[in-house]
Design a protein around this ligand. Sequence first.
Ligand SMILES: [Zn+2]
Length: 252
Amino acid sequence: MHRTKGEAILLRTRPLGEADRLVTLLHPGRGLVRLVAKSARRSKKRFLGSLESFTRLEVEFLEFPTGELGRLESAAVIAAFPRLRRELAALAQAAYACELAELVGRAGEPNAPLFEWLALFLHTVDARGPRADHLRVYELGLLDRSGFGPPLCACAACGKALDLGARPAFDTARGGALCPECSGPASRSVSLGTLRTLEASRDAGSQLSPRVGFSRQAISESRRLLGDFLDYHLERRPRSKEFLEQVCPEVC
Ligand SMILES: [Zn+2]
């Protein structure tokens, strides 16, 4: 039996039987954790209303070596992110961000940078409202924190720097940006400005606000480019993406 205490983000929750809930947490040291919250449905007092999705919690849980489902012992809210409960676009972005983290997270594998990145995104959406540029920076940072981040300012095939004047391309299957000489029929053209805007947001490290503002072209090109890249690397397309695109096309 392994007991863990500390912060976590509640990614997902659903009813389990008549009395319990099944919860999925992202924990910096344990990665993705699926747990039973006993009597969470029967007794309102048991978890004091803390088991809402997309909430930052202080938790204590038990995991068992036999493969039996672990048990959530306690949960207290650190940040409830109230804007997500009153603005549909903020909720849709949070749902998408949490599903992406669930798709790249691994059970039992520590990934504190992924946890911190998702926490930063939720705090930013809550404080500043949903924005398309923040979502692009989040997607790129998530790829970087899971080891898939594409090269953007040098050719993924030959390593040459992408210079002004040359029309670069982006090729998901070949791993990132390509110079004109290396690009092929499956590569899609992209402006150097978009690649540089994305690279600058990556340089900002633990900040979500891009240092270089995204132009309209950078927003639309990077949405397509990062969307294709995520679709290629994830085991499935996030279900919440369709919802985000339908209800809030301006911030998807
Ligand atoms: Zn090249």
